[in-house]
Each structure stands twice: as C-alpha cells, then as structure tokens.
Design a binder for this molecule. Sequence first.
Ligand code: FES
Length: 322
Amino acid sequence: MTENIPPSDAGTLDLLLTCIRMAARDTNLYTFARADRGALPAGEPGSHIGVILPNGIERQYSLVQAGSELTEYTVGVKRDANSRGGSLFMHDQLRVGSSLKIVPPRNNFPLTENADHVVLVAGGIGITPIYCMIQRLIEKGRSWELYYSCRSRMDAAFLDVLSRYSQVHFHFDDEEAGRFLNIAGIVEKLPKNAHLYCCGPAPMLAAFEAATAHWKPEQVHVEYFTPKFAAAQEGGFVVELARSKRELTVPTGKSILQCVREAGIQVPHSCEEGVCGACETRVISGQPDHRDTILTEQERKESATMMICCSGSKSPRLVLDI
Ligand code: FES
C-alpha cells in the first residue's frame, strides 16, 4: 500500500482531474487523484472535499465514494448558471489533466451507521452524499429507505443503480403534475427510532426541518452547502486571543476571522460562509452570536466553539482559544 501523504501547503492536496463522466442532465462526476495514484486522506459517508477555485475561493462538494483507503475522490457537480462561480468553473473550464488544489475530506454530515433504520431524503444534486451513505448502509446490511426527488427523470443521477432497490422511492415533479415531494407526509409515517437525513435545495431543507421539528435533534441530520443565516456584521465588541495574548476590536462590517488575519495571526479557514467548519474555534468565555449552518441547537446553547468567519458576539467581550 502506498504511504498516505498529508496535505501539502496550507492544508491542501495537489491533485489531477482524472475523469469527467456525465451523471444526469447538467450534472457531471469529477474524479481527482494524485499524479502517482497514491493513497489519499480517508473520507467517510457525508464527507465533502473543498475545491479551490482560481480566485482562491473554496467550494465544497460531497464525496460519492468513501473509505479509509481511497486513491481517488469523486464528486458530483450540477451546472448552475446562477451559482457563485464554482459549478460554472467546474463545467466550463476544467479538463481531464487539470491540476487543482483540493482541501481533504471534512465531515459535517456523519452517518449513524448503527441506527435501527435510516431514512434518506435527497433533492437533485443533494443525492451525492446520500448515495455515498447508501453504499455504506448496504455494505453493513443496515435497514434504509430513500426518497429521491428531482424536477424530471433526466435530472436524476445514479438512476440505474438506485432503480435496483425496492426501498428507493423516486419522485419526479413533472410526472406528478408539478407537485413537490410531500415530506411532511413521509415523515409522519416513519418509525420513531429512525435516523433521518436530508440533502437538497433550500426549500426542501426547510420543508424537512419543519416536518421533523418535533423529532429528537440527534435523529435529524441536514447538510447545507449555502449559508442559512446572514453573517454577523454588527461588530462593536472585543475579542481576546488567549494564546496569542492579543486583544482586537471587531468593527462594523468585519468578521472576527478577518480581524484575526489582519493582525497577522494564521488560523484555519476555508469557505468563509459558515458552511465548512474549518474555522471552528474554542470559546473560553463570552456569548457568541452563532450564524453558521453547522452547529446543532444544543451546540449553540453550550457555545463551546464557534465559527469565527461568520459569527459575532452578543457579549461585549469574547475570549477565544487562538
Ligand atoms: S471558514 Fe468555513 S465555516 Fe468558517
């Protein structure tokens, strides 16, 4: 087995795009590997990698295949003309052989592999982490079912493989007179010990969260790739950096992360939108104003950590482990 190399400079891997395959209308699968096809850092179901765009911005895409001995990463990307640039770059600029900086897998959407029953709800390109989970659940012989919704059959990735399983329920809006998947109706009938996962467009996530609002939070799992809340911009508080022995005042319009970096202190960060988890920082004291889409309600209450790229402060002073 080839030695597993750590990420190179700034925590990224230099990988080659080795394959592009069409998965559905406007949706491609992109496979990245080391030039020598050596081992890569492991990724679990639900993990995403970060693709660094030429302008330095990172976009996150879920792994289609997971495991501890990976030699390639495959992600699915839907071309979205209204996107913030990531999908257009992937579809229009990338060619097999292109070299890219990739942030190794992180997992904000882990699968509870020993759940009695797993219910997966996917919309459009949101199928990618869910498809990865299904492979693991099949491998482990666990009980699962999938509700997969797309505008049309043409938009469904992995259609051939998924059609083999009786526990997969497809919903194509154009074959249902334009009606959306009835998530509340599905959730209502589920066994109360099930673990529920949802990845899809914002309206689907909102419907899923509304339908599961009375479920135990630890049984409900949602993956966001776009920010759910506006970043804190109010400023007007002091951040004490305990390890660096520095004190910074965060002004209106700036994030804690920006202020820390401007002070010459290097801290891990990536998406700068509260969706990737790279900038998670331990809070020693003070009351953060959480604006990320990663921490659970319970974690927000406890405030042991915060995402400093987007969250602010409700107290005049925050002491952070930086
Ligand atoms: S940098 Fe991604 S959550 Fe803060």
